[in-house]
Design a protein around this ligand. Structure first.
Ligand code: ADP
Ligand code: MG
Length: 258
């Protein structure tokens, strides 16, 4: 479902060149939940951004469901991509427009993709809210009237409006309190199961990835240093000293209830 070969992302900023992703290979199966972990600045977000056309691919290639990263927002290729792949970001305050109601946030993808008439859109917005555990009273609220966890539920509902196959999740619960974090992670697990979704999820927290993912890759300095499955993680069977340090430091701050 996700194929990455020799992916490189080099940013040019102020005359400097930053090699954010330095030649990575990765293959994620359909319905798999795959994690990317690594310290801050190791290139995790840039991998997700490159996959959906938000960061420049300077070498190598990437495809999701056979589709290369789209260029720009408007075109037919970008729309086809959006039907299959959606991204969920860390900060739901930043990703939800402050003056758009929940109703507008959730109807917009349907309007843009010309899906359904008014009644069908209403039905799908209400169903989407219910799917993320919010009752119909949330429909006409605004982001500032929601808690962090509720905002992230709305962001997840929005990502699912077009019924994609793949979610790219960038630290989707890092901004939340530990107990709320566990609720949103459990919601994501349930939705993945019910819909047969493929997840590529980034976190700096190995405990989150351990809870959510079948396999994970450890990133350092724009490279993948190790790929592990859950059994290897549980058995502490890590080849790389760097992976062990990451794991030990995040075990010390495991989210409650996961
Ligand atoms: P992570 O998500 O693992 O914390 P990022 O992918 O955000 O890491 O960043 C990887 C590296 O790329 C960092 O050194 C960061 O400063 C740099 N970087 C990210 N985005 C840009 C950009 N738009 N322009 C220049 N450098 C960037
Ligand atoms: Mg990041």
């Amino acid at each position: 479902m996700i194929e990455i070969e020799g992916l490189e992302v080099v940013f040019a900023s102020h005359g400097d060149r930053v090699r954010a992703v330095d030649g990575i290979d990765l293959a994620v199966e359909a319905r798999e939940s795959f994690g990317l972990v690594g310290e801050s600045g190791s290139g995790k977000s840039t991998v997700l951004r490159a996959l959906c056309g938000l960061a420049p691919v300077t070498a190598g290639q990437a495809r999701i469901a056979g589709l290369p990263p789209p260029r720009g927002h408007g075109g037919g290729r970008a729309r086809a991509f959006a039907r299959r792949v959606q991204m969920v970001f860390q900060d739901p305050f930043g990703s939800l427009h402050p003056r758009h109601s929940v109703d507008r946030v959730l109807s917009e993808p349907l309007l843009i993709h010309r899906l359904g008439d008014r009644r069908e859109r209403d039905r799908r917005v209400e169903a989407a809210l219910a799917d993320v555990g919010l009752d119909a009273s949330y429909r006409f609220r605004y982001p500032h009237q929601l808690s962090g966890g509720q905002r992230q539920r709305v962001a997840v509902a929005r990502a699912l409006m077009l019924e994609p196959s793949v979610l790219l999740l960038d630290e989707p619960t890092s901004a939340l309190d530990a107990s709320v974090q566990a609720e949103v992670l459990n919601l994501l697990s349930r939705l993945r199961e019910e819909r047969g979704l493929t997840f590529l999820m980034v976190s700096h927290d190995v405990a989150v990835i351990d809870h959510m993912c079948d396999r994970l890759a450890v990133m350092q300095g724009g490279r993948i240093v190790e790929v592990l499955d859950r059994a290897a993680l549980a058995g502490g069977d890590l080849r790389e000293a760097y992976s062990r340090t990451l794991l030990e430091s995040s075990r010390a701050h495991a989210p409650a209830g996961t």
